[in-house]
Design a protein. Structure first.
Length: 394
């Protein structure tokens, strides 16, 4: 590359190795995941065994424990690389793209003791079932400071009592990471699935079903946990670290979904004719496509930028705010793109079997989970008022 080319290259152009990973992930999604996606659409059921076979094939191609340290058998990819793969995972519906975006509980490795990592995390890394984070409650969601689940010390043990909702993958997890109040503080606890004090009370159905994950309602009643299974790091800090990463990944998947929808809607607009001409000739079709592309580009730039800042070790408080902005813009962007695409497809888009219909139903949750759009605005506003705009736009 010449010096002129180096100067004019986009500041967010992906390095060659990450671009190669991204292209490999896209090829896998199209070859292995889209056929399963079509089968889910046809049957309106989720075949977990079929999904796990696809996931095993993804593992054989290297998509496994993408974020975990090498000492634990992971790839230890950068946040930018993880984002590139997550973006491609968004190009499949029903959550099937997670087959290539396989991640382990990296946050736990960095917060927990080595003994906890060896006893809880390591034994599950080679399988399909890992952990489920039990954070949300009936009266406390995005505001984790409002949780009511309590853990009280009884000798050398803690006894946890409380109710948790929307626990993703609770039905298949090997253990839970439970956020509970310990007096005036909050703590995280490792809790075994077979603990007699743990009960899954309901597996509600959701708008995006059939989906790769269930989101359970659970109770913890007299759930006794030894003190050595209490994570030493602050519970609210641990939850915050987890939320930050997940919000970046939601923004990335929103970009992948938007790109696929724009591709499909563009092709349809060129093929579908009305009054003797392709509907793409109408501004009522072309302009929504143009708006969608512009918004996708902006969302992608934001997402890549916060990922790069994450890798550079920028102040976690700033990353937290930038992740909130990326998640806010990305999740609302994909909602608009999905709505426009469905409108362009017309009656076909309204059919449940259509890709646009499935995305329309699925992406709605992106403005809710891991913090609603309103909570993202709270996070951004607080950072802005405390530090000014400079740190967030540099």
């Amino acid at each position: 590359m010449s010096k002129v080319e180096e100067r004019v290259q986009s500041p967010f152009a992906l390095p060659d190795d990450i671009r190669a990973m991204k292209e490999s992930a896209r090829a896998f999604i199209e070859r292995e995941v889209w056929p399963l996606e079509a089968e889910v659409a046809r049957t309106e059921t989720f075949d977990r065994a079929a999904y796990l076979r696809v996931k095993d094939r993804a593992r054989a191609e290297g998509f496994w424990l993408n974020n975990m340290p090498e000492r634990l058998g992971g790839r230890d990819l950068s946040m930018l690389a993880l984002v590139a793969i997550e973006e491609e995972s968004g190009r499949a519906t029903n959550g099937l793209g997670f087959a290539v975006a396989d991640r382990g509980p990296r946050e736990l490795v960095e917060m927990a003791t080595e003994d906890q990592v060896q006893r809880w995390v390591v034994p599950t890394l080679n399988g399909h079932e890992r952990e489920a984070w039990a954070i949300t409650e009936p009266e406390a969601g995005s505001d984790v400071s409002g949780i009511r689940t309590r853990a009280e010390k009884h000798g050398s043990d803690w006894v946890i009592d409380g109710e948790k909702w929307f626990i993703t993958d609770a039905d298949n997890s090997q253990y839970f990471i439970v956020l509970a109040r310990t007096g005036e503080e909050q703590s995280l606890f490792f809790v075994a699935r077979d603990n007699p004090g743990v009960k899954i009370t309901r597996l509600p159905r959701f708008m995006h079903d059939p989906y790769v994950s269930k989101h359970a309602e659970m109770t913890f009643e007299g759930c006794r946990v030894p003190d050595r299974d209490r994570v030493p790091a602050s519970g609210d800090a641990g939850a915050k670290a987890w939320f930050t990463a997940e919000r970046i990944f939601i923004a990335a998947r929103s970009c992948g979904a938007a790109e696929r929808l724009i591709e499909l809607a563009r092709q349809w607009s060129l093929e579908r004719t009305a009054f003797g001409a392709p509907i793409a000739d109408n501004q009522g079709v072309a302009f929504p496509l143009a708006d969608s592309l512009a918004e996708l580009w902006a969302a992608r730039l934001m997402t890549y930028a916060v990922a790069a800042d994450f890798d550079r070790g920028v102040d976690p408080r700033i990353i937290h705010g930038k992740a909130a902005m990326a998640k806010l813009f990305g999740s609302e962007m994909i909602a608009r793109v999905a709505d426009r695409a469905l409108q362009i497809f017309g009656g076909r888009g309204f059919m449940q079997e259509h890709v646009a219909n499935r995305y329309y139903r699925e992406v709605r949750v992106d403005r809710i989970w891991e913090g609603t759009s309103e909570i993202q605005r709270v996070v951004v506003a607080r950072g802005l008022l405390k530090r000014g705009p400079g740190p967030y736009v540099s």
